[in-house]
Design a binder for this molecule. Structure first.
Ligand code: GCO
Ligand code: MN
Ligand code: MN
Length: 385
């Protein structure tokens, strides 16, 4: 029942299951897996797809013939396992050239290089059938606000996104672009730090319909925000093009923990939301295995992300089928004679509301049994219901 199959649309990045345990204080703790080995492992575990940054697959200085050989071997692994590539992205953060930003660098030649690298990476993604193209601007930020105006940074970012939207059209790739926000790390402060900020920025682009968001659990939690509320706003705007599932303790470095491992209750509401609204995009795990693990531990980690998702999806089904929970919910909202009046402004509805007798004391007395409701959710999650 909790075994993943491709229909569940679980995906991982080459950089996630391929993470070798390097951190700012220490060297790798496990051997690197080749892209082909990763695809085979993911196929074996029941995943649906695999995603990559350009240089996760093709080393940055590879020649064209090396690129072709790598892509051929990778495609072979996809065909053998049935895995697909739903999403691709560009590494615009690893190389020293991006030390002060890519699309928001004050140096126009750095921005041009970032565009060139992204267009080539889009070609690579399109070659293997990717449909979503993610933009995570890890270096698009600042430590020293004296150095540049954040308004200029936004202008450069907008120019680059508009340019790449045109490239997408020009080549007929049909990518849906998904912008991923993060408040900090690796920069002290990253521009457009939250999903809400990204949603507002998208509306300033020339072709906003091409662009949505890729919210990540850890990133909103690092900002102290409620992730379910962030994806709800993105969904409401028709912009939830992709999602990065992982976990994160508040107030820490970017932990990228196994999905649901730090705050299962928050993870439950995320899964419940996605299942309730019928989100049909990839369920992508952007997380890392503990540094203390070996290759077998990486499998446990990947299997655990998917298993936890499926357990929580089952809990969401039980939530919907639970008579007591549903009765409590039914008593909370509902309609009154004023519901249709509020739905549209007119002189009549204005006067009806201005003249209505609304007893604020009676309303304030109405019972809101949230303690009971929350305990029922806890009972459900802890497995005693
Ligand atoms: C991070 C980010 C990245 C991006 C990835 C894909 O904090 O490192 O979440 O993992 O998701 O670059 O765009
Ligand atoms: Mn992240
Ligand atoms: Mn991410």
């Amino acid at each position: 029942m909790y075994d993943p199959t491709p229909e569940h649309r679980f995906t991982f990045g080459l950089w996630t299951v391929g993470n070798v345990g390097r951190d700012p204080f220490g060297l790798p703790t496990r051997a690197a897996l080749s892209p082909v080995e990763i695809v085979e492992m993911l196929g074996d575990l029941g995943a649906w797809g695999v995603n990559f940054h350009d240089n996760d697959l093709v080393p940055i200085d590879a020649s064209w013939s090396e690129r072709e050989a790598i892509v051929r071997a990778f495609r072979g692994a996809l065909e053998r396992t049935g895995l697909c590539v739903p999403m691709a992205t560009t590494n615009l953060f690893g190389e020293p050239v991006f030390r002060d930003g890519a699309f928001t660098s004050a140096d126009p030649d750095v921005r041009a290089y970032a565009l060139q690298k992204t267009m080539r990476a889009m070609d690579l993604g399109a070659d293997v059938g990717a449909k979503t193209y993610v933009f995570w601007g890890g270096r698009e930020g600042a430590e020293v606000d004296a150095a540049k105006s954040p308004v200029d940074a936004l202008k450069w970012m907008r120019e680059c996104m508009n340019f790449l939207c045109r490239y997408n059209d020009d080549r007929g790739y049909g990518f849906r672009f998904a912008l991923e926000a993060k408040p900090n790390e690796p920069r002290a402060d990253i521009y457009l730090p939250t999903t809400g900020a990204m949603l507002a920025f998208i509306e300033t682009l020339d072709t906003p319909e091409m662009v949505g968001v890729n919210p990540e659990v850890a990133h909103e939690h690092m900002a102290g925000l409620n992730f379910t509320h962030a994806i709800a706003q993105a969904w409401d705007a028709g912009k939830l093009f992709h999602i990065d599932l992982n976990d994160q303790q508040p107030g820490r470095f970017d932990q990228d923990l196994r999905f649901g491992s730090a705050n299962p209750k928050a993870a439950f509401y995320v899964v419940k939301f996605l299942e309730d609204v019928g989100y049909d995009g990839p369920r992508h795990f952007d997380a890392h295995c503990y540094r203390s693990e070996d290759a077998a531990g990486v499998r446990d980690f990947a299997a655990g992300c998917m298993r936890t998702y499926l357990i929580l999806a089952d809990k969401a089904r039980r939530f919907r089928a639970d008579a007591e929970i549903q009765a409590l919910l039914a008593g909370l909202g509902g309609d009154s004679a004023l519901t249709p009046v509020m739905a549209a402004y007119s002189t009549e509805s204005r006067d009806t509301i201005l003249g209505a007798k609304i007893d604020r004391h009676a309303l304030a007395q109405k019972q809101l049994p949230y303690e009971r409701l929350d305990q029922l959710v806890i009972d459900l999650l802890l497995g005693v219901r």
